[in-house]
Design a protein around this ligand. Structure first.
Ligand SMILES: [Zn+2]
Length: 243
């Protein structure tokens, strides 16, 4: 029997069963296994780890665990990429969200961020899109984030969608990609200006009467204007941008 100890720092503790939080965990093992496998065996997806230290020196995911190892595991710090040994820099402002995070997807689109999401989106497709299109996979499903192929991912801790937005902006900042009210909330299309006569068959009489400027989604043809929904959402957008 060999044994190693693990300590999970910062918010990684939130992913552990209560009895393992904020303490050293003794891990007993027979078979050689990678540090990554052992970290995930504790319930922490590899996507959440920015730095692994063994005996005070940085280590990669594939390092085999040895008897007597003392492993420190650190979370991704806000906006900082993991050391190159763990993964390349994160794709900025490009996300794919699992099917349960529809409100978060709409709010991130509201800020102009490129977010793929479908109401019915099988996990294997979500993971494949993340890899093929170079997107950060956002999920509250740890098993999904633990998939081997996934390089960039973020476990979303908050359950309230508006708080989730702040969390994503803190962890994966991309200020140069923020462009509020430029993207379709339902399908992610990039809005284009539209003449009133081209969209008026899709408007209600009041909207036709009181508004002159319109944008439309080239993909789903939804029409947008600076109406009450924009006024309602503007304070949220301002708070997110300021936060
Ligand atoms: Zn659309």
């Amino acid at each position: 029997m060999a044994r190693a100890t693990f300590r999970f720092h910062g918010e990684l503790g939130d992913l552990l069963p209560r009895q393992w939080r904020r303490r050293e965990i003794v891990h007993v093992f027979n078979e050689p296994a990678s540090v990554k496998d052992r970290i995930e065996a504790h319930g922490v997806p590899h996507t959440e780890v920015a730095l692994i230290e063994i005996g005070g020196a940085p280590a990669g995911f594939s390092r085999l665990l040895r008897n007597g190892d003392r492993v420190g595991v650190y979370p991704a710090a806000a906006g900082l990429d993991a050391p190159l040994a763990l993964r390349p820099p994160y794709p900025r402002g490009r996300f794919v969200l699992d099917q349960h995070l529809g409100r978060l997807a709409a709010y991130l689109r509201l800020l102009g961020l490129d977010c793929l999401h479908r109401a019915s989106f099988p996990d294997e497709e979500v993971a494949a899109v993340a890899v093929e299109e170079g997107r950060v996979l956002l999920s509250r499903d740890r098993q999904l984030l633990m998939r081997r192929a996934v390089v960039h991912g973020g476990f979303v801790h908050a359950t309230d969608p508006k708080a989730q937005v702040s969390e994503v902006l803190r962890r994966f900042p991309a200020p140069e990609r923020l462009a509020p009210f430029t993207r379709c909330l339902s399908c992610n299309g990039v809005l284009r200006p539209a003449a009133r006569e081209d969209v008026e068959d899709r408007l209600q009489a009041d909207t036709r009467r009181y508004y002159a400027e319109f944008r439309e989604c080239p993909d789903c043809r939804r029409v947008y204007w600076d109406g009450s929904h924009v006024r309602r959402m503007r304070p949220w957008v301002d708070a997110w941008l300021a936060g």
